[in-house]
Design a protein around this ligand. Structure first.
Ligand SMILES: [Zn+2]
Length: 304
C-alpha cells in the first residue's frame, strides 16, 4: 500500500515539476503571475526542507517506511506548490471601462517587440486588443512559420483577435492604397478607440509605409499612438509612457515565440530589458514603453 502511494506521489510530483519548469509551464507562470519567481523559490525551499526532514526521519526509523515517507513528502511538495500559487496575487483583472485597441505592425514580430508589455497590460485591465500584421515577413524568414508565430504571440499576450495580411514584405509602400483600404476594413470591423502603430521616424521602409497608411486610414479616429520598434531613428521622441515594470517578462516570453527571428540582435532579453529600463528612467519608473502621440483623447488616458 505504502509503495503504491509512493509511486503515485512520485509520478504526480514529477509531472507537476516538469510542467512548471517546462518552457510552456514557465510561460504560463510568467503570463499569469506577477511574482512567478516567488512560486518557484518557495517550492524549491519547501522541498529542500522536506527532503531534510525525510532523511532525518528515515535515519531514526525503520527503513521499511521509506515508501510512506516518500509519498507524504511528494504530497506535501505538491501542496506547497499549489498553496503558493493560490496565495500569490494573479495579475489584476479589471473589466471596467473596456476600450478597443488596434495594434498595426508591418511584420509578424513588430507589435510584440514594440509594445508587447503594453498589450498584455491592456488585456489584463479588461480591454479588447486586436493585432493586425500587414505582411507575412517572407523576405526575412519562413512565411508559414512566421504566420504561426504571429498567432501564438498574439494569443500569448491575450489579444482577442489577430490578422496577417499578405502584402509584399519589404515593398509595402508599393501597395499603399491597397494597404489603406485593408486598414480601413479593419477599423470598420473593430471600431477601435485607440490605434497603435509604427512611427514616422522609423527607418525601415515597411514600418514607415505602415505608419503613413494608418494615418490615412485612421484619419477620423480620435487617438493614434506610435510605438518604438528597434528600427526607429534618432528622432523618435516619446511623450506618452506606459509603466510596464511587471510586464517586461511577459514581453520577453512573447518575443521568444518568434523563434524564426531568434538570431536577430534585437530579440535578446538584455536588449528588451535595457530599452524598458531606459524609457522607465525617463519617467522615473523602473520600466516603461514609450509612444509618440499623434493625438490622444483624454477619456482613454486612464485606461493604460
Ligand atoms: Zn518590422
Amino acid at each position: 500500500m505504502s509503495m503504491t502511494l509512493a509511486i503515485f506521489g512520485i509520478v504526480a510530483s514529477i509531472t507537476a515539476v516538469f510542467s512548471a519548469l517546462s518552457r510552456r509551464g514557465r510561460r504560463w507562470l510568467v503570463r499569469d503571475f506577477t511574482h512567478y519567481k516567488t512560486i518557484i523559490i518557495a517550492w524549491i525551499t519547501g522541498n529542500l526542507v522536506l527532503i531534510a526532514a525525510a532523511c532525518l526521519h528515515l535515519l531514526s526509523q525503520e527503513q521499511s517506511e521509506i515508501g510512506a515517507v516518500v509519498a507524504i513528502m511528494m504530497a506535501i511538495s505538491l501542496l506547497i506548490f499549489c498553496l503558493t500559487m493560490l496565495a500569490l496575487q494573479r495579475r489584476p483583472q479589471n473589466n471596467t471601462r473596456p476600450r478597443r485597441f488596434l495594434a498595426v505592425g508591418a511584420h509578424p514580430d513588430d507589435v510584440e517587440l514594440a509594445c508587447g508589455a503594453t498589450i498584455a497590460k491592456l488585456v489584463d485591465a479588461g480591454h479588447d486588443v486586436r493585432i493586425v500584421v500587414m505582411s507575412q515577413g517572407e523576405s526575412g524568414g519562413h512565411a508559414p512559420r512566421r504566420i504561426q508565430e504571429a498567432r501564438r504571440g498574439a494569443g500569448y499576450l491575450g489579444a482577442q483577435s489577430h490578422t496577417v495580411w499578405s502584402f509584399c514584405d519589404t515593398r509595402l509602400s508599393e501597395n499603399s492604397n491597397l494597404m489603406v483600404a485593408a486598414i480601413e476594413e479593419e477599423i470598420a470591423a473593430f471600431e477601435p478607440d485607440v490605434v497603435l502603430t509604427h512611427s514616422a521616424t522609423d527607418i525601415h521602409q515597411d514600418h514607415e509605409a505602415v505608419h503613413r497608411a494608418v494615418m490615412r486610414a485612421g484619419r477620423r479616429l480620435p487617438s493614434i499612438l506610435c510605438f518604438e520598434s528597434p528600427s526607429v531613428g534618432n528622432d523618435f521622441s516619446p511623450s506618452f509612457f506606459v509603466d510596464v515594470e511587471n510586464y517586461t517578462n511577459v514581453k520577453v516570453e512573447a518575443i521568444k515565440l518568434h523563434a524564426d527571428q531568434r538570431n536577430k540582435p534585437y530579440m535578446t532579453r538584455a536588449r528588451i530589458e535595457s530599452m524598458a529600463n531606459f524609457r522607465g528612467n525617463q519617467v522615473k519608473q523602473q520600466r516603461a514603453e514609450g509612444f509618440e502621440v499623434m493625438r490622444l483623447v483624454s477619456t482613454t488616458v486612464g485606461d493604460f
